[in-house]
Design a protein around this ligand. Sequence first.
Ligand code: ATP
Ligand code: MG
Length: 374
Amino acid sequence: MTIQELELFQFRNYKKQNLSLEEGINILYGQNAQGKTNILEALYISSTGKSHRTNNYRDLIQYGQNNFEIKLRAIVNDRENLIVLRYSLDKGKSVEINGIKRDKLSDILGTLNMIFFSPETLEVVKGSPAIRRKFLDILLCQTDRQYLHLLKRYNTLIKNKAIALKKGKYEKQYEEVIPVWNEHISVNGGKIAYLRMNAIKKLNGFMKKEIHKITDNSESSELVYKTFCDINEEKDEEFFKKELKKRLDEGFLKEISNMQCIYGPHRDDFEILLNNMNSRQYCSQGQQRTLALSLILSELFYIEEIRGEKPVLLLDDVMSELDLQRQEYLLRGLSNVQTIITTTDEMPFISLEKRKVKKFFVNGGRVIPKVDKN
Ligand SMILES: Nc1ncnc2c1ncn2[C@@H]1O[C@H](COP(=O)(O)OP(=O)(O)OP(=O)(O)O)[C@@H](O)[C@H]1O
Ligand SMILES: [Mg+2]
């Protein structure tokens, strides 16, 4: 996939900005607080409908205005796509894909594919389970249309059940409705667990290879899916549904007394092991960075395998965090991947080889293409 053009109107610190991107590497450089990340944010929103740093679209509107617009032209599977995303304080959000208005913002999921890598990605390695679940959910939503619907349905069930559990302790009628919900929860939750198990298995395969490459075979990684039941071997969807149902039936009284949804994939996690040790507790900062880097590349290969096309990679401020060897490794892994990099200095890029590079100077909400190439 290749982004050709981005147009912003009243988005963050951009009044009106047009940007033509190169199919190879694009470097956005400039001082702090000039608008580099804002560009990546706009790109990411047009592929996921969500910002990586705010849940509130109001924050995205330029101060003092009441609407913004993002337009993006991209080639996906040899076809041109035009995405227009609008938000205004009085009319809310709207999205148009190739001239056709869509009802839901989530319709843009899966039209474009982008991966965002920033220093915060490290949190997937060292942060809480919720961050890893989010990582996995974003990946699955981008590659599997039914997953988003499944997840939405499941989350609504869990939310309603949690309310019923709180009331159920004192009011009988709430207690009676829970087994009915548990039935639906095990069907949807079992399927979610099954899809997550498969995704982790696939990611694990890619990641093992990457870790071997980057450490010259001296270290090995393993991703281990942690869910409501033990999985020692490959299991099918039915297995997860039955197991979840069993946990929910057996734990009924416990859930009532705790007034909490205890069992199900909303509590999932996956462990990232390096040399059989949990990376959260045992890895050095450098090792954690290596894991995050290889996880991102694995995500890229994963999406490529499923979608038949390489996603676009957005690298926010990560180059300076990596040593030279890791920088080279990253850029080597990225051949034929359109990449947009932000940095505060004009990067003396080492191994860009023969790849096409376009540089942009970002200054006070303006992006100025630099004429000389590399
Ligand atoms: N809604 C908004 N309206 C106008 N300006 C905004 C809005 N939101 C953020 N900004 C401005 O955008 C700038 C930050 O942009 P951005 O995060 O892209 O900076 P950056 O170039 O990536 O900086 P750094 O190198 O520090 O990461 C700040 O000056 C901020 O005040
Ligand atoms: Mg920034």
